[in-house]
Design a protein around this ligand. Sequence first.
Ligand code: ACO
Length: 376
Amino acid sequence: MSVDVIPGLEGIAIAESGVSFVDGQAGRLEYRGIDVALLAEHSTFEETSYLLLYGKLPTSDQLAEFRASINAASPLKFRIVDLMKCLPETGHPMDALQATVAAIGMFYPNRHDLDEEARNIACRKLIAKTTSVVASFQRLRRGDEYIAPRKDLSLIGNFLYMINGEDPDPDHERILNVCLILHADHTMNASTFSGRVVASTGADPCTVVSSALGALSGPLHGGANEDVMALLDTIGSVENARPYVENMIAKKIKIPGFGHRVYKTMDPRATILKKYAESLIKHTDKPHFQIALEIEKVVAEHYAEKGIWPNVDFFSGIVYSELGIPRDCFTPVFGMSRVSGWLAHWLEQVQGNRIFRPTQKYVGGHQQPYIALDKR
Ligand code: ACO
């Protein structure tokens, strides 16, 4: 039977989903039908997570209950903290996050065949614990002790508190909320697809999230924001930006933070993050934002017609850096946001599930002889 291979599955719908929607031509992103720009302006990450999971905005009672259950699930078991202490402090925090989330599953032996209530509990636990793991690994790897989350703080407030041990700056908490809202879901990207494939096997939600984290770690996906900051550092000054980027273009080297399979215009998340990057960096003497603007200009001159524009990763690194988040924690922070989207897709996938089992176009040989070892 002859089959066509579609590289990267471009244009292939692999599921029906009501979680999020992207219009790549208009540069529009919606969660459950609500424009992400509205959520960035008015919502919190917890409220947006509720929306993604349950399909509608919560009432104030529902939100209070959701927040309380997340807060209650935020502390980490001492054995999880011990496990993180054993991980190499020079290791990448994304690997630490993926490994720890997988290990957390071992503490919940009844995590398979979950009923609706157990699924809800699992979602809240995973949203809470991924955030605590990212914050705690950051402390532990620099030799500081684990700090337990506080009852009076939001999820993001606790994230900042658990890293620094100080009351969170309300402006930083608000901006980080916006960042996490913007990263919380994005239709059928590589990590979400990966999570849905694993979910389709009946695997438990910790395994689903841990596999999605692995997919997110790659430089073509969530890892690009680190590369953007490295590029801004390497370029070093606004004057160097044009020759450096033109040289990359001449050599057909991909510019990190640009291009997208779906967006053929500016990514709406990049538009919002650009404003925050500008407002945060203007109080400093760092050249990063001005260099980024120059890169954006040069890339637009060469590639706008080809539909290559800044994506979410282009300005997020500047924002995270100004919030004091270390560069190698950018992708873990992205991951602790996207966990809400992955879990919303998990809940969808387990309804009327059929295991993913695509096909292939075989290009190998047939009827090959077996040559004895001493004859090869
Ligand atoms: N710089 C220069 N050229 C680019 C870029 C870029 N960043 N991105 C795409 N192109 C060009 C390709 O060279 C290719 O050109 P060609 O047709 O002349 O060969 C064309 O645009 C299509 O590119 P593909 O890589 O085939 O597009 P695809 O949809 O497979 O990949 C991706 C999308 C992976 C995001 C790509 O644009 C890329 O590698 N960007 C840089 C890494 C990055 O920023 N990743 C973060 C994406 S957002 C996210 O995952 C959260």
